[in-house]
Write a protein that binds this ligand. Structure first.
Ligand SMILES: [Zn+2]
Ligand SMILES: [Zn+2]
Length: 367
């Protein structure tokens, strides 16, 4: 079928909204009409060639939409279902067999190669392939083909256009707190970087009863929003080198948990140094290959833990419906961080996201 999608033709080139051909779903796949898709930094890193996805390519990995057709082997979904499309995993590697799908050892290829596992593409133009299985979805388009394994059914009374970001940035931040950290009420937490991932973690920390909740960022506007979403303290990092001392002044002994989303080595070090004994620092920020960080070895004594987490270690079909319930209860007002753009203005969305004017861009698809 003919669809409309945002195509990038060359490294770091602009998005071009064009008509493309989309293949039919295979037996284990579904055709989803995308209502809206979040835009993540990963999409822009893909556009800029960080992952060596071939061009032309269609990005987007936070798609939310309505099932239009399902393959013959799909039983869990039917046309009309509201769905979010989450991250892919292989199901067979040592980590998938241990029920750790977010740490799938083939996930990089499944996310970044731009093809299905067998090398086929989902979209084409005039018979030529368009690399279009980014995260096995390529949701910057009016329609996507998705494998049912990565689809999550969501309640129909929830506003679909708010749900796409739960597929990646939302569950990354919220899962790091609720699944990886599992704080108890009264645990102190510091969130370094309150973009879309950090704010999702911060809202989850509030749901868990963390106190204090300390937000650290460079932008006053984001810190104001962090306060509104549950931060008890806000520290503007600009021009100061006493952030760790300030956190110790607030908490006494340091924080039980630190969430690092900035991917800046100096900030990561602060996140580790802010920990109390037996505290845990979770790294979510994705730094480029070759980035190094140092901290004093004694900081890892007394049971401090430093670890990385991907996709909030979520099982999306269990976790994303919970996040949607939080949204509907008013406990996770993700709309407060979103700015909506029509697909035709995707380049403006990317620019405003890159310079920090927009926290979470969401693209509405033409109908
Ligand atoms: Zn795997
Ligand atoms: Zn993402």
């Amino acid at each position: 079928m003919q669809i409309t999608a945002a195509v990038v033709h060359e490294k770091a080139g602009p998005f071009a909204v064009e008509r493309l051909d989309l293949t039919d779903p295979r037996p284990d796949e579904a055709l989803v009409r995308i209502v809206a898709s979040g835009m993540c930094q990963t999409d822009l890193h893909g556009r800029d060639g960080y992952y060596n996805t071939p061009y032309p390519a269609v990005y987007g990995h936070e798609g939310a939409g309505i099932v239009e057709a399902v393959g013959s082997a799909v039983t869990a979904f039917a046309p009309g279902d509201h769905v979010v499309i989450s991250y892919p995993w292989c199901g067979q590697c040592p980590n998938c067999r241990r029920d750790l799908p977010s740490h799938c050892m083939r996930s990089f290829d499944l996310k970044m190669r731009g093809t299905r596992a067998d090398g086929s593409t989902l979209m084409s133009k005039d018979g030529a392939p368009v690399y279009s299985a980014f995260f096995q979805q390529s949701s910057f388009a009016t329609h996507a083909i998705a494998n049912a394994r990565y689809m999550v059914k969501v309640r129909k009374d929830a506003p679909l256009e708010l749900l796409g970001p739960f597929a990646c940035s939302g569950q990354t931040g919220a899962g790091a707190v609720l699944i990886s950290m599992q704080p108890r009420p009264g645990d102190a937490i510091a969130v370094f970087g309150v973009g879309a991932v950090g704010l999702s973690g911060l809202m989850a920390a509030k749901i868990a009863g963390c106190d204090p909740i300390i937000a650290v960022d460079l932008h006053d506007g984001r810190l104001t929003l962090a306060r509104a979403l549950g931060a008890t303290h806000a520290i503007n990092h600009s021009g100061r080198n006493d952030v760790v001392a300030e956190i110790r002044r607030i908490t006494g002994e340091g924080v039980r948990f630190a969430l690092e989303t900035s991917a800046q080595p100096a900030v990561f070090r602060e996140a580790v140094e802010a920990l109390m004994p037996a505290g845990t620092c979770v790294l979510l920020g994705s730094a480029r290959r070759g980035t190094e960080v140092s901290f004093e070895m004694p900081f890892l004594q007394f049971g401090r833990v430093v670890r990385g987490v991907i996709q909030g270690e979520s099982h999306p079909q269990e976790f994303i419906p919970k996040l949607v319930d939080f949204l509907m209860l008013g406990n996770m007002p993700v709309d407060r961080m979103m700015t909506f753009y029509p697909l035709a203005e995707i380049n403006r969305a990317a620019q405003e996201s890159s310079r920090g004017a927009t926290i979470k861009p969401v693209l509405r698809m033409p109908q």
